[in-house]
Design a protein around this ligand. Structure first.
Ligand SMILES: Cc1cc2nc3c(=O)[nH]c(=O)nc-3n(C[C@H](O)[C@H](O)[C@H](O)COP(=O)(O)OP(=O)(O)OC[C@H]3O[C@@H](n4cnc5c(N)ncnc54)[C@H](O)[C@@H]3O)c2cc1C
Length: 483
């Protein structure tokens, strides 16, 4: 069988590895200069920045994806556990909270805010355990192609409270506002508003405590390089059209006109834009994309020891901030951000004596109409001033030697992300499982999907588990035709 994978994001690479591992002929077509998609990398003047995923969870999912392609993860990359996973600071709050896999330490951290909440921690984890087992280990590894798949899954999820908004679920267990925020923000990692996503995404907290947070030597991009190495990845190859014949895919056409024949096409391109590749009109009711992100990559001439490898800085008015970026389409007036400082674990990621800082600020996607050419400079200045004033990173602005940035307009232009979304389709209740873009196209034979916009969803483990589901479907469909 000849398979074409459109896009060399982590999901596309994982699907290609699995198909190649099964003996199929696979070509990956990538529109950018290098593979990786959202998991890209910038290097400049001795500084190295990952531009997308930086927190690695569920390493066994990576192990399985590598093994399916004949690779041994541990010999390909150097995975190191991080302890603590990250530190959370709140503006105007003296206390911080360290997240860790050590449950006793976790309780001590919580106790600095509320001893009652510390006592509730075990109950919280126990409540999440079946949600993780049924929602991730089971449902995250099988397709939701039919309504009856959903019907079979829903009653137990309802019983476990997994359909409640995540924040409300967390409030049932914890009373202190800071603890509630610390145990519900994780859905933001995949573009989900903690006040709206179903508590099934609380499994993200659970799995992190269960399996830890990891760093890959050289940055997350080392995973991309290892995955791409054994594959035929053609970069600078933008697919313009998926060709069909008799209701089945027959190949793809590249910008420039080259045609590549295929028995199976796996699209890792944005699922919200698939209609364009198929020459279909834009659907009237289209799924809602997630928020976007404003990313700053700063190379500094000194270090900022206050920052750990991963640090979260939660500003005043956190809930209003989330509403502004997810619903109101407004630039936030206060900032809640994530900062990655890989040089804390691997000094070689920054020029001598400095830090390579990657700042992630969630912002509205392009549906907001914000003109990023006009807005970006001012936002960058306000953000750095806020870091200095609210979080004690004084001297940051003056220390910047090299700087890059990525705005929602870049997400759209560089990655083909519809409306400049950062995390694909929003993970709300009515856009999850059966209601998400299925892994196999409902109308076109031989067309499959992989990546953040399809089931089970975004995040490194999400897209890798999705690649497992998609490639299993391909094999099952082939077996059914052969029978
Ligand atoms: C800022 C940021 C931070 C994140 N942090 C984390 C984190 O810490 N941990 C975590 O687990 N996850 C994180 N994520 C989520 C994770 O990075 C993504 O869910 C995942 O990398 C997406 O993979 P994907 O398979 O959907 O492919 P994508 O990364 O979306 O790549 C798709 C590829 O397809 C290519 N393409 C699109 N259209 C075409 C076409 N027509 N022809 C050819 N090629 C095409 C694109 O150029 C791109 O390379 C983060 C995401 C972002 C944006």
């Amino acid at each position: 069988m000849r398979a074409v994978v459109i896009g060399a994001g982590l999901g596309g690479l994982a699907a290609a590895l699995r198909l190649q591992g099964r003996g199929h002929e696979v070509t990956v077509l990538e529109r950018r200069e290098r593979p990786g998609g959202r998991a890209y990398q910038i290097k400049d003047a001795g500084y190295t920045w990952d531009t997308g995923p930086s927190l690695i969870t569920m390493p066994w999912v990576l192990e399985e994806a590598f093994a399916a392609g004949g690779l041994d993860l541990r010999s390909e990359v150097e995975l190191r556990p991080l302890d603590p996973h990250y530190r959370i600071f709140w503006a105007g709050e003296q206390r911080h909270l360290d997240f860790s896999s050590d449950r006793e330490r976790m309780k001590q951290e919580i106790a600095r805010f509320s001893t009652r909440d510390a006592a509730s921690f075990d109950g919280f984890m126990a409540a999440l355990k079946p949600i993780y087992e049924q929602g991730i280990l089971d449902a995250g590894r099988r397709p939701f192609l039919r309504a009856r798949d959903l019907a079979a899954f829903t009653p137990s999820m309802l019983k476990l409270g997994a359909a409640l908004p995540l924040y409300r679920f967390v409030c049932r267990h914890f009373e202190h506002p800071r603890v509630r925020e610390a145990f519900s923000f994780h859905s933001l990692f995949i573009g989900g508003d903690p006040f709206r996503v179903p508590a099934i995404y609380g499994a993200l907290v659970y799995l992190q405590i269960l399996d830890g947070a990891w760093y890959s030597g050289g940055g997350t991009y080392s995973l991309v390089e290892a995955m791409a190495r054994p594959l035929d990845v053609r970069c600078g190859a933008r697919v313009e059209r998926i060709e069909r014949s008799g209701g089945r895919v027959s190949g793809v056409v590249l910008a420039g006109g080259e045609r590549i024949a295929a028995d199976v096409v796996v699209s890792n391109a944005d699922v919200l834009g698939t209609h364009e590749l198929l020459g279909r009109p834009t659907p009237r009711l289209r799924a809602t994309p997630t928020m976007s992100a404003f990313l700053l990559f700063l190379g500094t001439d000194r270090t900022f020891p206050k920052l750990l490898h991963h640090t979260l800085l939660v500003g005043h008015g956190y809930r209003d901030f989330i509403t502004a970026v997810t619903r109101s389409g407004e630039l936030p007036s206060t900032f809640s951000t994530y900062i990655h400082a890989p040089s804390r674990s691997e000094p070689g990621m920054a020029a001598a004596g400095g830090d390579s800082l990657y700042v992630l600020l969630p912002v509205p996607n392009l549906r907001s109409g914000i003109d990023w050419r006009a807005a970006a400079d001012g936002l960058r200045d306000r953000l750095l001033a806020d870091f200095e004033a609210s979080f004690g990173l004084s001297g940051l602005e003056a220390s910047v030697r090299v700087e890059h940035r990525m705005t929602p307009a870049d997400f759209e232009r560089e990655l083909g992300a519809v409306d400049g979304n950062a995390f694909a389709t929003e993970p709300t209740l009515h856009q999850s499982a059966y209601f998400r873009q299925p892994n196999r196209d409902r109308r076109v034979g031989g067309l499959y999907y992989v990546g953040g916009g399809t089931h089970p969803g975004a995040g490194i483990p999400g897209v890798l588990l999705g690649a497992e589901i998609t490639t299993k479907l391909i094999e099952e469909d082939r077996a059914a035709v052969a029978a």
